[in-house]
Design a protein around this ligand. Sequence first.
Ligand code: FES
Length: 142
Amino acid sequence: MERKAFLKTLGAGAAFALTFPCLQGCSKDGDGEENPVPTGVDFTIDLNSAEGADLQNNGDFILKNDVVVVKNLQGQFVAASQICSHQGTDQVRFIAEDGGFFRCFTHNSEFDQNGTPLNTITNNPLKIFSTELNGNILRIFD
Ligand code: FES
């Protein structure tokens, strides 16, 4: 049986599924990069510095060393991989809505502050890093 005849026997829906299997989740769109999740993370941010000034208000976040460093809506510091657990783009950001969560803007996967997926784009948890505040020095580490 020729391919065209075979697809016709399956019906239009199945033919579409076979012909275009990866329209949403399989392409490397966004920034088109697959980046490794950061490992061996251990750095500090002086909250009195210009860099730290961007973490003054609840809901603020900065990007550093492929990590999203957040002052969440309760005023606690949390940190997650900027590299998405779906296809490795660096489009993860903090969303200061609905209690605060992470979203990757490549395919809109969402994660809670523990890294647990909130939708079905991926089942892979987002890497979360530890944080520790000593005076004005915030440490982010594995
Ligand atoms: S790379 Fe697909 S949602 Fe992040």
